[in-house]
Design a protein around this ligand. Sequence first.
Ligand SMILES: O=C(O)CCC(=O)C(=O)O
Length: 251
Amino acid sequence: MDMATTLAELGVTASSLDPATRQQLDQDGYASLPGVLTGGQVQAIRARLAELTAAEGDQAGLEVHQEAGTDRLADLVNKDPVFEICFTHPAVLAAVAHVLGEFRLSSLNSRAVRPGQGHQPLHADWGGPVPPPGYQVCNSIWLLDDFTSVNGATRVVPGSHRLAVRARDALPDPAAAHPGEVLLLAPAGTVVVFNSHLWHGGTRNRSEQPRRALHSYFTRRGNPQQLDQKRYLRPGTAARLSPAARFILDV
Ligand SMILES: O=C(O)CCC(=O)C(=O)O
C-alpha cells in the first residue's frame, strides 16, 4: 500500500477538495466541511461516547490526556466501528493530504466540555514554530453539538499558522481574547479541518449542556503518533479494517 493508492481506495478524487476549501486551508488555516455526519450518525456517536464515558469512569481519556472540566476519551479507533468514518472520510482525508502530504493518524479522541468549563490558552498542537509549508500536524474537529457563541466553540486566529511563532511566545497572555480570533460556529455533523499550527483553543461553555466533539488528529508520516496505533491495535479492529484504513493508522 502507499498513500496515493490508499486515498484512491477510500474514495478521494481530484474533486474531493474544492478550490475554495483549499484556498481557505492555505490562507486561514482551517475550513469547514458541512454535513459530513448525518443526524443519525451524530446520535449514534453521542450514544456510544456516553456509554464509554460511563464505563471508563475516572480512567477515561488516560491513554492520552485528561483535562479538568471536560470528559475526554481516547483510543476511539479500538472502541467501536462507529468511529471509523473519522479516519476514512474522503473529504476530510483530501483536506488533510493537502496540508500534510503523506500522513497517518496520530490519535482519535473525544472532548466534551462541561457547563462552565473548557477555556484553553491559544496554542498549536506542535512543540515548536514551523515555517510554512513544512506543516507537521493537522486536526479535524467533528461537531457532535451545534457550536454556538455560548457553548464553548473552538476559537482560532485565522492565518496564524503562517506566522511560524508559538502563541505562548508571541502573546502576553495566550488565554486572553485575541483581537483576530473567530469562533468556529457550525451545526452538529460539520467537520472543521484545521492546520494544527494554527493558534486555537477551547472556550468556556456558558450553556447548561455539554459541548461534545471528536478530534481526529493526523501527523506527517514518520512523526511519532500521539497514541501509538500499533501498540493499541486490538485484534478485532485489525480484522475489520480494510488495508487502506490500516495504512491511515500505519498498522
Ligand atoms: O475541543 C476544542 O474546542 C479544542 C480543543 C483543543 O484545542 C485541545 O484540546 O487542544
